[in-house]
Design a protein around this ligand. Structure first.
Ligand SMILES: *[C@@H]1O[C@H](CO)[C@@H](O)[C@H](O)[C@H]1NC(C)=O
Length: 309
C-alpha cells in the first residue's frame, strides 16, 4: 500500500457480528441481558462489601475490586457492540478505537494482577490460617490493589505509545467486536513485524505468565491441604475449581489471541466475547453466589433496603 498517497484514516469500521437480522436481534437481546446482569451483579457485590461490617475480611475487599474491574472491562466494549448490532453504519472514530485499546489493556492488566493477589490470599487463608490476619494486613491489601493498577497502566502505556503514532491510510475494516491491538496493528500502512512481536511479548507473555503463576499457586494450595489436612481436600477442591474455571475462561482466549503468531486467532469473535462479555458476568456468580457468607450479607442488605422504602 502506498502510504505517501493514501488519505489518512479517521474512523474504523467495526464489523462485529454480521448475519441476517433475526440473528442480529438475537445477539442484541442476549448481549443486552448479559450486560445488564453483569452491571447489576457487580454493583450488588460492591455495595454489599461496602455496606457490610461483617465482610471486612481481605478476601471481600479483593472481590469488590475484582467486580469493579469486571464492570469496567465489559463497559469498554459491550455497550458499543450492542448498539452497533442495530446500527446501519458501524463505525468508531480513530480516537475511540485508541481509547478502547488503552482501557482494555489497563483494566485487563490490572485484573490479571488482581487475580494473582486473590490466589495468594487464598493460599494464606488455606495454608497459613493462623497468620491470615497478620499477613493480609490492610496495608498489604492497599499496596497490592495499587500495584495491580500500576502494572495495568505500565502494560497498556508500553503498547499505546507505539500504537498512537502508527500511520493508517487505507484499510479501516476491523473484523472484530471491538478495536483490539492485533487487528488494528495489521491495518497500519507500514511494516509492523517488530511491533507485532513486541505485542506478543507484552500482552501474550503477561497473560501466559499470570496463567502459569495462578495454576502453580492452585497446585501448591492443593498439595499443602492434602498433606496437612486431607479431610478438607474436597472443600478446597470445590473452592479452587471455581477459581480455575474463571481463570481459564479469562486467560484461555487472551493467550490464544495474543501469544499465538498474529493471524490465526486474532479475528476470532467468539474468543473475544468470552473475555469481554462472558467472564465479567461469571465472576460474581462463581466467586459470590457459592459463598454462604456473601449470600447472607446480600440478603441482609436487601432487607435493610426494603424496610427503608
Ligand atoms: C478495593 O481494595 C481497597 C484496598 O483494600 C479497599 O479499600 C476498597 O474498598 C476496595 N474496593 C472495593 C470496591 O471493594
Amino acid at each position: 500500500m502506498d502510504y505517501e498517497n493514501g488519505s489518512s484514516v479517521t474512523e474504523f469500521i467495526l464489523v462485529g457480528f454480521s448475519g441476517d437480522w433475526q440473528l442480529q436481534i438475537f445477539f442484541f437481546v442476549t448481549f443486552s441481558l448479559i450486560y445488564g446482569a453483569t452491571v447489576v451483579g457487580n454493583i450488588l457485590i460492591i455495595a454489599t462489601v461496602a455496606a457490610n461490617s461483617t465482610l471486612r475480611s481481605p478476601m471481600y475487599f479483593l472481590l469488590g475490586n475484582l467486580s469493579f474491574l469486571d464492570m469496567c472491562i465489559t463497559t469498554v466494549t459491550t455497550p458499543k457492540m450492542i448498539r452497533d448490532l442495530l446500527a446501519e453504519h458501524k463505525s468508531i472514530s480513530l480516537w475511540g478505537c485508541m481509547a478502547q485499546m488503552f482501557f482494555m489493556h489497563l483494566f485487563g492488566g490490572a485484573e490479571m494482577t488482581l487475580l494473582i493477589v486473590m490466589a495468594f490470599d487464598r493460599y494464606v487463608a488455606i495454608c497459613k490460617p493462623l497468620h491470615y490476619r497478620t499477613i493480609m494486613s490492610h496495608r498489604l491489601l492497599q499496596s497490592s490493589v495499587l500495584l495491580s493498577w500500576t502494572i495495568g497502566f505500565i502494560h497498556t502505556m508500553s503498547q499505546m505509545v507505539l500504537i498512537v503514532n502508527l500511520p493508517f491510510c487505507g484499510h479501516n475494516i476491523v473484523n472484530n467486536i471491538f478495536c483490539d491491538l492485533p487487528m488494528v496493528i495489521k491495518l497500519a500502512c507500514i511494516e509492523t513485524k517488530t511491533l507485532e512481536l513486541f505485542v506478543i511479548a507484552d500482552s501474550g507473555l503477561l497473560s501466559f505468565i499470570c496463567f502459569i503463576l495462578l495454576l502453580f499457586s492452585y497446585i501448591v494450595i492443593l498439595v499443602t491441604v492434602k498433606h496437612k489436612s486431607p479431610g478438607r481436600l474436597s472443600k478446597a477442591l470445590s473452592t479452587l475449581s471455581a477459581h480455575i474455571m474463571v481463570v481459564t475462561l479469562f486467560f484461555g482466549p487472551c493467550i490464544f489471541i495474543y501469544a499465538w503468531p498474529f493471524g490465526s486467532f486474532t479475528s476470532n469473535k467468539v474468543l473475544a466475547v468470552f473475555y469481554t462479555v462472558i467472564t465479567p458476568v461469571l465472576n460474581p456468580v462463581i466467586y459470590t453466589l457459592r459463598n454462604l457468607e456473601m449470600k447472607k450479607a446480600m440478603r441482609k442488605l436487601w432487607i435493610q433496603q426494603v424496610s427503608f422504602m
